[in-house]
Write a protein that binds this ligand. Structure first.
Ligand code: SAM
Length: 289
């Protein structure tokens, strides 16, 4: 695969060579998010979907941009301030500018990163990007089945489960509908973590604005998933954790930097936070789900 950029150009310009599992006739969450962030790993159907979503809700693209910016600030905190050495990124998305491993390695090149995504296009691109990278890997798996991720041989090869690690659930739990028990997914992850580990979560937020329900319907009908959850629902993901300051807040209010649009028109549609598993808890070893 060699140079990822030339591989990517060839891959996207010769549709006949696309792996058969990549369906270019229906939009994919990974590809529409890539397009919203200004990436090139997407198809016409994805661009049309972003246009339709933006027509219904002009905040569609800003939501993606704000979310990605939160993720970057969160990873900088985790590696730079909390000293995290291992990261598992559930629903990692397509490689775009400022990937998690790049942000982490700017601070500490030894940090190990396991990317996880359900979409085969992510696996294909990440493999090309990471061909010569021995601290970062990618697996294809379903975030709704966290045991399959934590028990995956590649995850076990990269992550020392006796040492604290961070799990990133950035813009992924809102793609798990209620019947897939996203709270149970987060609980399973927290129960398995050693004390001192971290959980980063961002989600679409229903902050009592009727546009949230409207967008939930748009997302669900156009891409299949996209739940806007209330503050109370979001807090459940962090149950049992100590919140890192400033807690669970609008994503743009979480340690904003000079580029963060804290007063932006769409700020109230994304929530984010980071929690830490306490060093001493009565039920640290419980594994009920
Ligand atoms: C909106 S993107 C978020 C990417 C990245 N985490 C970020 O915050 O910038 C959501 C990603 O989750 C992936 N995804 C959706 N459902 C999934 C599932 N059940 N299991 C794993 N990945 C999933 C999509 O393919 C997509 O790449």
């Amino acid at each position: 695969m060699g140079d990822p950029e030339s591989w990517r150009r060839e891959y996207l310009s010769t549709p006949g060579q696309l792996p058969p599992e990549i369906d270019t006739t229906v939009p994919s969450v990974a590809r529409i998010y890539d397009y919203a962030l200004g990436g090139k790993n997407n198809f016409q159907v994805d661009r049309d979907t972003v246009a339709a979503l933006s027509a219904a809700f002009p905040g569609s693209v800003p939501l993606a941009v704000d979310n990605r910016a939160f993720l970057r600030r969160g990873v900088r905190y985790l590696v730079g301030e909390a000293g995290v050495k291992q990261i598992i990124d559930f629903g990692s998305g397509l490689p775009t500018a400022g990937n998690v491993h790049e942000i982490a390695h700017e601070i500490d090149p030894s940090v190990r990163v396991v990317y996880v995504d359900i979409d085969p296009i992510v696996l294909a691109h990440a493999r090309a990007l990471l061909a010569d990278n021995d601290t970062t890997t990618v697996i294809q798996a379903d975030a709704g089945e966290p045991e399959s991720i934590l028990e995956h041989p590649e995850t076990r090869r990269f992550i020392d489960f006796d040492q604290p690690y961070a799990v990133l659930l950035s813009a992924i739990l809102h793609h798990l509908p209620d019947e897939r028990d996203p709270v149970g997914v987060a609980r399973y992850i927290k129960n398995r973590m050693p004390p001192g580990s971290y959980l980063l979560v961002t989600n679409f937020l229903d902050d009592d604005d009727p546009r949230a329900k409207m967008m939930e319907e748009q997302m669900t009908s156009r891409v299949g998933t996209g739940r806007f959850r209330t503050w109370a629902e979001q807090r459940e993901f962090f149950d049992g954790l100590e919140m890192v300051e400033p807690g669970l807040v609008y994503a743009n209010d979480w340690r904003p930097d000079g580029d963060t649009d804290v007063n932006g028109a769409w700020t109230t549609f994304t929530a984010g936070g980071i929690g830490r598993k306490p060093l001493l808890t009565a039920d640290s070893n419980s594994s009920s789900r």
